[in-house]
Design a protein around this ligand. Structure first.
Ligand SMILES: Cc1cn([C@H]2C[C@H](O)[C@@H](COP(=O)(O)OP(=O)(O)O[C@H]3O[C@@H](C)C(=O)[C@@H](O)[C@H]3O)O2)c(=O)[nH]c1=O
Length: 177
């Protein structure tokens, strides 16, 4: 497993070692001790798995409020996504900035997003399955979000014809939080 930092402090990409042979491949998709060596001491408590049938599905931008803030470790089992983390830590020098990374079943990259970030993704292929670990249980009362097309964030989403949930269509702008 290799770790690559991104432009935002605390957000990083993990690339597992892939062993290929005539049968296919093998990889350790999660190894607590190795991640500890790479500086990730998060204890995950829940795994989430979603299928997005259509290319251009956007889920996000989501976060949970304290005391149930969630760090996330995201990967793609089938298809591909453009995965986005937005810094919403009030005291951060990079408040309101985002990083985006393409995660796919082929590149097998994983994105680690710490507390204090909103998360969202756009599917780049039909039938995309995303699996992610979180370090706090789902807390519907503390579930929050920001509009995917917030002009303050100006995120250059890779698709314009997008499918959203009703919930995500009604999220507030960052300035309204
Ligand atoms: C997130 C979540 C949802 N649910 C339920 C609530 C709802 O009825 C149904 C679908 O929920 P949502 O519409 O919120 O699903 P979705 O839009 O896929 O939400 C997810 O988006 C990505 C970007 C994230 O980062 C996640 O943390 C999560 O917010 O699943 C759970 O039971 N447990 C959970 O942990």
């Amino acid at each position: 497993m290799q770790r690559y930092d991104t432009a935002l402090d605390g957000v990083f990409v993990l690339e597992p070692t892939i062993f290929t042979d005539p049968r296919g491949f093998f990889m350790e998709s999660y190894h607590q001790e190795r991640l500890l060596e790479l500086g990730l001491d998060t204890i995950f408590v829940q795994d989430n798995h979603s299928l997005s049938v259509q290319e251009g599905t956007i889920r996000g931008l989501h976060y949970q409020e304290a005391p149930c803030a969630q760090a996330k470790l995201i990967r793609v089992l089938h298809g591909s996504i453009w995965d986005v983390a937005v810094d919403i830590r009030p005291d951060s020098s990079t408040y309101g900035q985002y990083v985006a990374v393409t995660l796919s079943a082929v590149n097998k990259k994983q994105l680690y997003i710490p507390h204090g970030f909103a998360h969202g993704f756009c599917t780049l292929e039909p039938h995309t399955e995303v699996l992610y670990k979180v370090d706090a249980y789902y807390a519907p009362a503390l579930d929050r979000g920001i509009r995917w097309d917030d002009p303050m964030l100006a995120i250059p989403w890779p698709r314009t014809d997008v499918l959203l949930s009703n919930k995500d269509r009604q999220l507030p702008y960052l300035s309204e939080l």
